[in-house]
Design a protein around this ligand. Structure first.
Ligand code: DAH
Length: 341
């Protein structure tokens, strides 16, 4: 039995030390120390020994078990360490490898201009409204004092959805004036940016879809001087102090009096160049004092309240702001162009 124990000890220790993985080591543990293991099998024969031999063998067997257990433990932690080393090596991050450059986009120049415009108006106490692009002709025309037969209502100018010309793609943001008057408490100070649609061919200054920013103020005692003062302030904030504007008389069905506002050409300073088509001035918006009929149709008494409104072309504002010469660049989404802003 003594020899048997010595053999198991030697074999087991050799086997343990050559184990490559924790699983292999565990299998060896079972093989030698498990319930049906080799050492256990030897111990089962203890009963056959004499009373003198038994304690001697018992002690020897315990020593062998202790030696094997210790070897197992040592080998176990050695393998664990090796496994961790291997894992760390496999997962090493080489911090010296140059990173992948992440291309992050940015706002479209027109929306940069819009955000600036919104900031300026919000700073002056205006609320920003959003409204439908599919609009009723009654809002786009009737309630804005543009009667049946008004040229802008023509099928050659406007995208209608039905043969009765009742539903359309809005051709201006001005219907937002009516929507504001119908739903908001007086006094009102709003701007309403958004897309508008007209049957125009695409060229350097036209597109069948473009953007406007509508603005409106209604209160007691509001005058044309407030309109001019507000718009001049906005333009100076956008284009820089000292930017020169001029107001020209014009006609719109929903304002009386009506005007258009031009800014002096940023390219040539008013001398005339290709950007301003030789005129020295660039038209940026239509405006005026809200027509009493328009106020009345939306339930506001023109004897008590007055107001002004404007509609500016957002693309034009952005073109002026960033000195862009061709409207098509704004819509083509060529990154080589857009990256500049
Ligand atoms: N809606 C007009 C257009 O599209 C622009 C405009 C002019 C808007 C005068 C207004 C305004 O609010 O008062 O040409």
């Amino acid at each position: 039995m003594k020899e048997q124990l010595a053999k198991i000890r030697a074999e087991a220790l050799a086997a343990f030390s050559s184990a490559q993985t924790a699983a292999e080591l565990d299998a060896l543990r079972v093989q030698y120390l498990g319930k049906k293991g080799e050492l256990t099998a030897v111990l089962k024969q203890m009963g056959r020994l004499s009373a003198e031999e038994r304690p001697v063998m018992g002690q020897l067997a315990n020593e062998v078990r202790a030696a094997l257990e210790q070897a197992l433990e040592e080998m176990g932690s050695k393998l664990e360490e090796a496994a961790l080393d291997a894992q760390l090596k496999a997962e090493t991050v080489d911090v010296t490898i140059p990173g992948n450059v992440q291309k992050i986009g940015h706002k479209h120049p027109m929306y940069i201009a819009l955000d600036e415009i919104k900031d300026i108006f919000v700073g002056m106490g205006f609320t920003v409204l959003d409204g439908p692009e599919i609009e009723l002709a009654s809002y786009n025309f009737d309630k804005l004092n543009a009667e049946e037969g008004h040229p802008s209502r023509d099928w050659s100018d406007t995208f209608y959805f039905d043969k009765d010309s009742r539903v359309m793609l809005r051709s201006q943001t001005s219907p937002m004036q009516v929507r504001a008057m119908e739903t908001m408490e007086l006094p009102i100070r709003i701007i309403a940016p958004g897309r508008v649609y007209r049957k125009d061919e695409v060229d350097a200054t036209h597109s069948p879809m473009f953007h406007q920013v509508e603005g409106m103020v209604i209160d007691k005692g509001v005058t044309m001087a407030d309109l001019k003062g507000t718009l001049n302030t906005v333009i100076e904030k956008l284009y820089g102090e000292g930017t020169i504007t001029r107001f020209r008389p014009h006609h719109f069905p929903f304002t009386e009096p009506s005007c258009e506002m031009d800014i002096q050409c940023h390219k040539c300073g008013g001398h005339g160049c290709p950007t301003c088509k030789g005129e020295g001035w660039i038209e940026v918006l239509g405006a005026g004092m809200i027509h009493p009929n328009v106020l009345r149709m939306s339930g506001i008494d023109p004897e008590e309240y007055s107001g002004w409104a404007f509609g500016m072309g957002l693309e034009r504002m952005a073109m002026g702001r960033f000195k862009i010469a061709d409207l098509r660049l704004i819509f083509e989404n060529d990154v080589r162009f857009l990256e500049q802003f």
